[in-house]
Each structure stands twice: as structure tokens, then as C-alpha cells.
Unconditional design. Sequence first.
Length: 186
Amino acid sequence: MPVRILALVGSLRAGSHNRQLAEAAVKFAPEGTEIEIFEGLADVPFYNEDIDVEGNVPAAAAALRAAAGNAQAFLLFSPEYNGSTSAVLKNAIDWLSRPYGTGAITGKPVAALGTAFGQHGGVWAQDDVRKSAGIAGGVVLEDAKLSIPGSVTRFAETHPADDTEVVAALTEVVNQVTSKATAEAA
């Protein structure tokens, strides 16, 4: 049975380099690992306990929870907006953290990674994602990291899947997540 990993991309931009990085993860997933990029984060409303009512959860949030419930692990791809993660990705984590203590992210391996224009590649944003995902109940893999600086120039004419250095580092992160998910399932 394959290891199922759900990828959440915190950028909604059509030409997002983080989206391209997630696509590269799908393309180079090791045998026995299936990575699904969740489509529809733009449709998930901001988390609000008043609308998080059993039997009446908004359809987009329910779809996110269902996809996460079927996953054994997560890859969270974060851009860096003003020194932090995007509202889109933080909102997804908030929805997955509920119901408290039994959310779809609880007890599952999580890696935060991504690319950004700045010289540190989105490290601050990824640190915020790790913090939020851990508080939400995810098992954050502190050593599974990938921060790629200079995204605008590095990927101006090259897709991350065509950058051998990126593919090698990305494959290492995916292998770490897969190994942890396999160990958790055993």
C-alpha cells in the first residue's frame, strides 16, 4: 500500500514557484509514495468556529479535511509574505487542527519547505508553518527542511523539476517524510 502525502501550497498565484516545487515533488516521488497537491485552498473560508458545525462545515473545508484524513503525511509549501507564511496556508492548518485534539493533521508527519525571493528562501515563513503545524498536532520533522532563496531569478527560466540541485534536496525531504509515515504506520 502506498504512502499517501498531501501537499498544501500556500501561494495561489498561477505561476507560483512553490506550486512548481510541489509539482516537482509529485514528479520525483519515490516508488511507493503518492503525493497529491490539494486543489481548492482558495475556496476554503477563513476559519470561524461559528461555521465549523458538524454536518454544516463549508464544502471546501470539508474537502480539505477529507483529503487530509486520507493522507498519512503532509508537505507544506510556503511562500514568505512580509516575513511570515501566507494566510492561505495558515488557514488550512487552522481547519485541519479541528476538532481540537482529533484534527486531520494530528499525529501525522509534516515537513515545511518552499522557496522565496529573499536571500534566506522563506526560512521565517517555514518556521511559522512548523510552529503552527506542531501546535495543531502534527509531528513536525525538524530535520526535513528545504529553503530555496532567489526564486524569482533562479526559476525565471527553469522549472524546479529541471534543477538537479533542487530535485536532489527535494527528494531527500520527501524520503524523510515517507520514512517517518511508514514508521508511524508500523
